[in-house]
Design a protein around this ligand. Structure first.
Ligand SMILES: [Mg+2]
Length: 266
């Protein structure tokens, strides 16, 4: 009887989730989870993604060559974001998507504590190149202070330059990076910024709506490929938060219908 009950329970559990099977676990399907799975598929498998990253770091290298000719009184600093700028967190996105889930702070902290994110193509050689030419690298990230140890281990594992407490600047009270950039600008010339999110570059992009973000890209048009080096991120970012008007606590069904109703077709 107990075996029968157990079998029945397993059967009901297996059918209950319904939807589609990924092979590893049975997950409810949603546009957001499936979309992030597809985005991660591109990030992990396409050579085009690698080429886009390489292209960004090649341009950054050209900028460093140009900037090296400059005479400055203060040290020159390169400010870089971490996630999806040079560390690849797509395994986390896949892990969540396979459970039908989006980003969650707790599971994210578990992932970063492991310190096992891989590097994006061209990143390590670029930062080493810049460091060897006298540029100081500052890692300004919105990972939290409690993620410092895992993050540091990840950077040191690959031998990223300036992987020390002074140069690894975690999020403290506010998500905006502007106060941290301004603090650095008191002592350094920030000559180059790298990021996958527009807010990695300027306060012009902090919590702005979609129209303002697009308008401010036009206003800053000359900065891209010059002072701002942008990496592609199709999985998440300010673009997504802005689309939801910074209210990410919407249910899957609401997100699904908001996305579908926003898209152009013919
Ligand atoms: Mg990032």
């Amino acid at each position: 009887m107990r075996t029968l009950l157990l079998l029945a329970t397993v059967f009901i559990a297996a059918c209950g989730a319904g939807h589609h099977s990924t092979g590893r676990v049975t997950t409810p399907s949603s546009l957001v989870a499936d979309g992030k799975l597809w985005a991660s598929f591109f990030q992990q498998r396409s050579a085009e993604y690698r080429a886009l990253c390489q292209q960004a770091f090649n341009i950054a290298r050209l900028r460093v060559d140009e900037l090296s000719k400059r005479q400055t009184l203060r040290p020159m600093a390169i400010v870089t974001d971490i996630d999806e700028t040079f560390l690849d967190n797509s395994p986390y996105a896949v892990h969540q998507s396979l459970m039908g889930k989006d980003y969650e702070a707790a599971s994210w902290a578990e992932w970063t504590a492991m310190g096992k994110a891989d590097t994006l193509q061209g990143s390590l050689s670029f930062f080493s190149y810049a460091a060897a030419r006298g540029f100081e690298i500052y890692y300004i990230t919105n990972r939290e202070e409690k993620e410092r140890a895992g993050t540091m281990a990840n950077l040191r594992h690959f031998g990223f330059p300036f992987a020390d407490d002074k140069h690894l600047v975690m999020r403290s009270d506010v998500s905006s990076k502007e106060p941290r950039r301004l603090a650095l600008a008191a002592t350094h010339d920030i000559v180059l910024l790298l990021g996958d999110n527009l807010a990695d570059f300027s306060a012009l992009f902090d919590k702005k709506n979609e129209r303002e973000r697009a308008g401010n890209v036009s206003i800053s048009a000359n900065e891209f490929g010059n002072k701002f080096i942008i990496l592609p991120n199709v999985t998440y970012g300010g673009w997504e938060e802005s689309f939801y008007q910074f209210n990410l606590r919407r249910g899957d069904a609401e997100k699904d219908s908001l996305i579908r109703s926003s898209l152009k077709t013919y």
